[in-house]
Design a protein around this ligand. Structure first.
Ligand code: GLP
Length: 304
């Protein structure tokens, strides 16, 4: 025997269009009804349930894959991107920097060298860049992308976009708005690839960043600067960066998060199984309908 249950739940964090279907789950689904004039959001959770108390309803399981190592996981994603671009040459990609995507980019370069894919029509938008930062600086994300991916994989430089680290202070607001406009003009990001910071940051959106934030100049957390210190002379680690906002990131149609190594295990567990909270930007991904986590065993080790 089964009963049908539904409940109205107040959720201040969810920013969804009225009627938007959010997460088709294994045992239920939820639908955003609308937005209270004070900014509250309401959800209806509905599900076929066994008899008994209706609350709490089970939430859908996150979509994740655990691979033995970073190389294997990265290759899986590279092959998925190759297949997508073969079918859709002008695919719009959102791209990260850092140590995490290095294997992914190597596999994308290899696919190009083997003649299996043509990346030259792809449009790409990088997540972030230090500010101030000259694009020729060896620690700039612009330099990293050129070296690791764009040049060896045959991307068209006129189709790749990275926030500018050398924009004048008085032009930053305009530059950030133009970045958002360019993403929209490209039809939005189809696949956003993300890494995650030790504190759960996404791009340079540090804990506490607003979930509806747009591309902007932001301060880097001390832990982010400490981690970057190995690459810079310690006193020269930039204090700020320009990053896509969490709102920008969460608008991507599909998001793939890569996380490798024990050092990421806590941020991964918190993001996937912890409360949805701006204190851990990665946890906001729980409210996106199409997020896929690609982990190695070490990064998955704190998942319950
Ligand atoms: C950096 C970048 C992020 C990146 C994260 C993780 O600060 N701004 O976009 O995902 O930190 O870096 P890594 O992959 O080196 O661990």
């Amino acid at each position: 025997m089964v009963g049908v249950g539904a409940r109205l739940q107040y959720d201040p964090r969810l920013d969804a269009a009225p009627g938007q279907k959010l997460d088709p789950g294994r045992q239920g689904f939820r639908i955003a009804l609308g937005k209270h004039r004070l900014g509250w959001r309401f959800l209806v959770h509905a599900s076929i349930l066994p008899p008994g108390p209706l609350l709490p309803l089970p939430m859908p399981a996150p979509s994740l894959e655990v691979h033995p190592d970073a190389r294997t996981a990265s290759r899986v994603l590279a092959e998925q991107l190759v297949a997508r671009v073969q079918a859709e040459p002008e695919l719009v990609l959102g791209l990260p920097t850092g140590g995490t995507p290095i294997e992914l980019y190597a596999a994308m370069v290899e696919a190009h060298q083997e003649g299996r894919v043509d990346w030259s029509q792809v449009r790409s938008f990088n997540l972030d860049e230090y500010w101030p930062m000259a694009p020729a600086h060896p620690q700039s994300f612009a330099h990293f992308m050129r070296e690791q991916l764009f040049e060896p994989a045959g991307f068209d430089p006129t189709r790749t976009h990275i926030p500018s680290g050398e924009v004048a202070p008085e032009s930053i607001a305009l530059h950030c708005a133009a970045y958002e406009t360019a993403i929209r003009a490209a039809g939005g990001i189809a696949v956003q690839v993300l890494g995650i910071g030790l504190n759960g940051h996404l791009g340079f959106n540090e804990p506490g960043a607003p979930r509806d934030g747009r591309t902007d100049l932001v301060d880097l957390a001390p832990s982010t600067r400490e981690r970057a210190a190995a690459a810079f002379a310690p006193e020269k680690v930039p204090a700020r960066g320009i990053t896509m906002g969490l709102g920008t990131i969460l608008e991507a149609k599909q998001i793939v998060v890569l996380a490798f190594g024990t050092e990421k295990a806590e941020a991964v567990a918190r993001s996937i199984q912890g409360p949805v909270d701006e204190a851990c930007p990665g946890s906001l991904l729980q409210e996106h309908a199409q997020v896929h986590w690609l982990l190695d065993e070490a990064a998955a080790s704190q998942l319950r």
